[in-house]
Design a protein around this ligand. Structure first.
Ligand SMILES: [Fe+2]
Ligand SMILES: [Fe+2]
Length: 194
């Protein structure tokens, strides 16, 4: 059974994965033939599957996903600005994927997370690792055209935008994860003491 916070969080992940999928899907559609076109298409399909995994996970736990309007991704481009070229697209993707994997890692630190949730987190995290990896490699191939320095500067710029968006839009997410982390450790403590 899911409590209110858990249902909100899993629904939030589902919504975020849908937004990610739509974002990468549009990009994949606009790509010229080549390895980036291939990997971006796989990436888009992964995010779509992740949205399904969360839907199915929530269903297995006897609930239905909440309809949440705002996804973290939607705020992203507002703060970071529309990427101007392929290098910027990859840079923003890299920063974004790192944020996602950190969020999932944080959730998996909640001590007695339901096994169905844990399984879903593990399955998705394996894909998210590949997302970071292919983008890192693709960015490496762009050094000849853009220069290492500019790529690093761009990553830094998007990293700053990410922190801005995070502090604004992820507040509710943060509070709910924190609540679960605290509540679980308090109940563990009282088990030990009581
Ligand atoms: Fe994902
Ligand atoms: Fe991803």
């Amino acid at each position: 059974m899911l409590n209110e916070n858990e249902l909100w969080l899993l629904s939030f992940y589902r919504t975020s994965e849908i937004s990610g999928s739509l974002f990468f899907g549009r990009l994949a559609r606009s790509m010229k033939p080549g390895p980036i076109q291939r990997d971006m298409t796989k990436h888009f399909a992964d995010e779509a599957l992740h949205a399904w995994y969360w839907t199915s996970c929530i269903e297995k736990l006897g609930a239905q996903p909440l309809k949440l309007t705002e996804a973290y991704q939607d705020q992203y481009l507002v703060a970071a600005g529309m990427p101007a070229n392929l290098m910027e697209v990859l840079a923003i993707t890299q920063i974004f994927e790192k944020r996602v994997i950190n969020e999932y890692a944080r959730h998996s630190r909640i001590p007695d997370v339901d096994p169905v949730v844990r399984e879903t987190l593990d399955k998705i995290t394996a894909d998210e690792r590949w997302h970071i990896e292919w983008v890192r490699k693709a960015l490496g191939t762009m050094e000849a055209d853009y220069g290492k320095e500019l790529i690093e500067k761009t990553l830094k710029r998007f990293w700053q935008a990410d922190r801005q968006v995070y502090s604004k839009t992820m507040k509710e997410h943060e509070e709910r994860v924190q609540y679960l982390l605290n509540k679980r450790s308090i109940s563990k403590e009282s088990q030990k003491n009581g």
